[in-house]
Design a protein around this ligand. Structure first.
Ligand SMILES: NC(=O)C1=CN([C@@H]2O[C@H](COP(=O)(O)OP(=O)(O)OC[C@H]3O[C@@H](n4cnc5c(N)ncnc54)[C@H](OP(=O)(O)O)[C@@H]3O)[C@@H](O)[C@H]2O)C=CC1
Ligand SMILES: N[C@@H](CCC(=O)OP(=O)(O)O)C(=O)O
Length: 429
């Protein structure tokens, strides 16, 4: 008897919805294999993937050179080109990060809580993978490996859809990663990359309810609009960072100067960079805080009271309070006390990270309690919004929504749980 091999559809010939269905079915089958792997097997698979990334250095750097050349021709900004660029050192760090994820404790199977009911039923809540996760992200090739590693460590399969400018780099990284997995018998379909950059496929991923278990969109305004229009799959939003620093009346002057400079200028292009500075009208050293930023090369756009602090400050428009510059540009407003600062933040924050600088413990506690953002800080730079800095080992990104995982998302954020109930013959009365 001849066994018929099923004909595999050519992904290029499929419509967006059919393509997503095809990828999702393969991913779900691979996830069932991952679900059976022991802690050491997943760690070994990640170590093999890290090794394969190192072995593919020439191939990955050549693919990246192709992306960089296209990016330069397209006129990408220096910040975007820097995000896109790989070199031997950066690739070594990417592989090291995969190795590092292998050493993190496996979250799957962790008992979150236990209880025994008066009728003798024993209950426990145990962490399990979410299933198949779709991640849509910017043109930053390291995310391909970081996200793949975190998903695999937490027993999830992943469908990756990276930014168009990083297409060749992402393909080369994914291919090497998959070779590593296959070398230890883990299916390559655990880590898939969408084979086309057609944005209609992003829409199809967002509406693939029942096929994809969770979508992580990492990006800015245009992606936000798409998510709002199309999402039918649960979304763990990792969206823009309109982050505020409020310098309270009782702030220490030196600390305010240091933290505002760091929050804005350390790296202007990351989502945790400060985009709006709120200066309390009673804070006596506002002029020197804005001077520090201006002297460091930052463009300031202020309201009338902020402009009175320094003639170099330009006039802000209404749009500035809702703008994520990701550049050496900052909006500045003078506010009448803590309540006015809280009101401004409530109206304009993107719920990523907001900070207060103050020596007044009561004001700090009110700020922590009343600002509804994923990360709320006292006397620290908003640039600390990062999984590595929070001790999580790595991150998928910063979740800006209101679901179970907020702020830096790492292994725990990629799991859900189920209840296990152990009885001895109890029937409900
Ligand atoms: N919260 C967090 O963890 C993070 C947030 N960000 C945020 O990302 C933004 C910067 O990234 P940027 O490069 O501008 O990213 P974009 O938002 O432009 O793109 C991100 C991804 O979304 C896709 N995309 C964008 N718009 C659409 C659309 N309308 N339909 C379908 N797909 C779409 C892009 O595809 P393509 O490029 O192929 O068109 C890309 O894959 C900032 O706002 C930053 O704060 C960045 C990193 C982490
Ligand atoms: N959270 C990390 C990186 C954030 C990030 O990836 O931002 P982006 O440069 O917009 O892709 C950090 O603080 O370094």
């Amino acid at each position: 008897m001849t066994v018929q091999t099923p004909v595999r559809p050519d992904p290029d010939s499929l419509a967006p919805e059919a393509l997503v269905e095809h990828l999702a079915r393969d991913g779900r089958a691979a996830q069932r294999v991952l679900a059976r792997l022991a802690d050491e097997e997943k760690a070994a698979a990640l170590k093999a993937a890290a090794e394969a990334l190192r072995a593919a250095e020439a191939e990955i750097l050549a693919a990246n050179a192709q992306d960089m050349a296209a990016g330069e021709e397209k006129g990408l900004s220096a910040a975007l080109l820097d995000r896109l660029r790989l070199d031997a050192g950066r690739l070594a760090s990417i592989a090291a990060a995969v190795d590092q994820v292998a050493t993190l404790p496996d979250p799957v199977g962790e008992v979150i809580s236990r209880a025994e009911r008066p009728n003798g039923l024993r209950l426990s809540r145990v962490r399990i993978p979410i299933g198949l996760i779709g991640i849509i992200y910017e043109s930053r090739p390291n995310v391909t490996a970081d996200a793949a590693a975190l998903c695999l460590r937490s027993g999830n399969a992943v469908l990756l859809r990276g930014g168009s400018e990083a297409l060749h780099s992402n393909r080369a990284i994914r291919a090497a990663f998959a070779r590593g997995l296959e070398s230890v018998g883990v299916p390559a379909a655990a880590i898939q990359l969408v084979p086309t950059q057609d944005r209609a496929v992003v829409g199809a991923m967002l509406s693939a309810a029942g096929l994809i278990d969770m979508i992580v969109p990492r990006g800015g305004k245009s992606l936000v609009a798409r998510v709002q229009a199309d999402a039918r799959v649960p979304v763990l939003a990792h969206l823009d960072g309109i982050c505020h620093t409020y310098v309270h009346a009782a702030a220490d002057g030196d600390m305010a100067r240091r933290l505002t400079l760091n929050a804005k200028m350390r790296r202007t292009g990351i989502c945790g960079a400060m985009e709006t500075l709120l200066l309390d009208t009673q804070f006596p050293e506002s002029a020197s805080v804005v001077a520090g930023l201006l002297d460091a090369g930052c463009e300031l756009r202020g309201d009338a009271r902020a402009r009175a602090l320094d003639p170099r400050i330009l006039a802000a428009s209404a749009e500035d309070w809702d703008t994520e510059y990701l550049d050496s540009v900052l909006s500045v407003a003078v506010v009448d006390g803590l309540d006015a600062a809280l009101e401004h933040i409530a109206a304009h924050s993107s719920h990523h990270t907001d900070a207060i600088v103050t020596e007044d413990a009561a004001a700090a506690e009110r700020f922590l309690a009343e600002v509804d953002s994923a990360i709320v800080m006292v006397n620290a730079s908003s640039q600390f919004a990062d999984g590595g800095e929070f001790g999580l080992g790595a991150e998928i990104g910063i979740a800006t929504g209101r679901l179970h995982a907020r702020g830096p998302v790492a292994l725990e954020g990629l799991t859900t749980y189920k209840w296990l109930v152990r009885g001895s013959g109890q029937a409900r009365p």
